[in-house]
Design a protein around this ligand. Structure first.
Ligand SMILES: C[C@@](CO)(OP(=O)(O)O)[C@H](O)COP(=O)(O)OP(=O)(O)OC[C@H]1O[C@@H](n2ccc(N)nc2=O)[C@H](O)[C@@H]1O
Ligand SMILES: Nc1ncnc2c1ncn2[C@@H]1O[C@H](COP(=O)(O)OP(=O)(O)O)[C@@H](O)[C@H]1O
Length: 288
C-alpha cells in the first residue's frame, strides 16, 4: 500500500474579476495549505477496476468521488490496464471550503504517478488536475501560491509569516456553484491582493492580517447567517484576523501567540463540533 497526504487549503484572499463566457468566474486568490490532511492509500488491482473505501459515510464511493475521477483520468490518458483500491481516511470536513475533495484528487494523481511508475512531472500532474476541478492544480503543488484563471493557473509564492490557524466549521455544507451563482459582480468590494503579496514577500504578519479578504463571504453570509456568528465569536476570543475560506462555511482565524490560539480554539468548541488548530505548511513542492 502506498500512502499520500492530502492537506486542506485556506484562501488568504479570494477576488472575482469577472464572469466568463464559459460560466466560470475569473479569480485571483492567494491560497495556502495547512496541516489538516486526509490520508490516501493506494493499492494496485489486477481486475482493472477503481474501488473507493472511506472512513467517512458522507462522501460518494463511485465515479462522483474526485479521487475516483483522478484514477480514471490517469488510466484513460496513459492507457493503464491495472485498477486501484483507493482508501480515504477523511480528516478534512466535507463541503467546507477547504478543498478536501480536490486535495484527495491531487494526492491520488501524485500517488498513481509513483505506483504505476509514470514519471510525470509535477507540472503535467497539475495540468491533469485542472481537468478534474479548478482547485486541483493548486492542491498538486500545495504550499502557497497565487491562483488565477478559474483557479488553475498557479504562481508559487514563498511561505507566509508563521502563525497558528484556528478552523471552525458550522454544521452546514455549502455548494460552491450556488455561492458563485449568487455573486453580484458590480457590488464586489475587492480585497487588496497586491498588499497580500507584499505581506508574504516581506514576511510581515500584521500586513498579512490587514490584507485578508474574500468576496464570496457576502453571498454565504446571506445564505447561512450562522457563519457570521462564528466569525464574530472568533474575533471576540482574540484572533488577529478572521475570514471565511473559499465558498465556506469554514471560518479561519490567524493567531501568532500560542496562549491566545488556545483561547480561540477552546472558545469556538462551544459553538462548533468541528474545530481545529493547525499550522501553515509554507512553501510549494517542486517535485512530483
Ligand atoms: C471557491 C473555491 C476557492 O478556492 O474553493 P472551495 O470553496 O470549493 O473550496 C474554488 O474557486 C472552487 O473550486 P472547485 O471546488 O475546484 O470548483 P469546480 O469544481 O471547478 O467548480 C464548481 C462550480 O463552481 C463555480 N466556479 C468555480 C470556479 C470558478 N473560478 N468559477 C466558478 O464559477 C462553477 O459554477 C462550477 O461549476
Ligand atoms: N474525496 C472527496 N472528499 C470530499 N468530498 C468529495 C470527494 N469526492 C467528491 N466529493 C464531493 O465534493 C463536494 C465538495 O466537497 P469538498 O471538496 O470537501 O468541498 P469544497 O469544494 O467546499 O472544498 C461534496 O459535495 C462531496 O460530496
Amino acid at each position: 500500500m502506498l500512502y499520500v497526504k492530502a492537506p486542506a487549503k485556506i484562501n488568504l484572499t479570494l477576488d472575482v474579476l469577472y464572469k466568463r463566457p464559459d460560466h466560470y468566474h475569473e479569480v485571483e486568490m492567494v491560497m495556502t495549505t495547512v496541516d489538516l490532511a486526509d490520508r490516501i492509500g493506494l493499492e494496485s488491482r489486477t481486475d482493472g477496476l477503481i474501488k473507493i473505501i472511506s472512513t467517512n459515510g458522507f462522501i460518494p464511493t463511485d465515479y462522483r468521488n474526485l479521487a475516483y475521477q483522478a484514477a480514471q483520468l490517469i488510466k484513460d490518458t496513459y492507457d493503464i490496464s491495472e485498477g486501484v483500491t483507493i482508501s480515504i481516511e477523511k480528516e478534512i470536513p466535507v463541503a467546507a471550503g477547504l478543498a478536501g475533495g480536490s486535495s484527495d484528487a491531487a494526492a491520488t494523481l501524485k500517488g498513481l504517478n509513483r505506483l504505476w511508475r509514470l514519471n510525470l512531472s509535477i507540472d503535467t500532474i497539475a495540468e491533469l488536475g485542472a481537468k478534474i476541478g479548478s482547485d486541483v492544480s493548486f492542491c498538486v503543488y500545495g504550499g502557497t501560491a497565487l491562483a488565477t484563471g478559474r483557479g488553475e493557473k498557479i504562481q508559487k509564492l514563498p511561505a507566509p509569516p508563521t502563525c497558528w490557524v484556528v478552523l471552525a466549521k458550522p454544521k452546514i455544507g455549502v455548494s460552491t456553484a450556488q455561492v458563485y451563482g449568487g455573486l453580484k459582480i458590480d457590488e464586489i468590494e475587492h480585497p487588496n491582493t497586491h498588499q497580500m503579496l507584499q505581506a508574504i514577500e516581506r514576511n510581515d504578519y500584521r500586513l498579512m492580517c490587514n490584507s485578508i479578504g474574500n468576496v464570496l463571504e457576502s453571498v454565504t453570509f446571506k445564505l447561512h447567517p450562522e457563519v457570521v456568528m462564528i466569525k464574530e465569536q472568533m474575533k471576540r476570543f482574540g484572533a488577529d484576523a478572521v475570514l471565511m475560506s473559499g465558498s465556506g462555511p469554514t471560518v479561519f482565524g490567524l493567531v501568532d501567540n500560542e496562549s491566545r490560539m488556545g483561547r480561540v480554539y477552546n472558545g469556538l468548541r462551544g459553538f462548533c463540533d468541528e474545530v481545529f488548530a493547525v499550522r501553515l505548511l509554507g512553501e510549494s513542492n517542486s517535485l512530483a
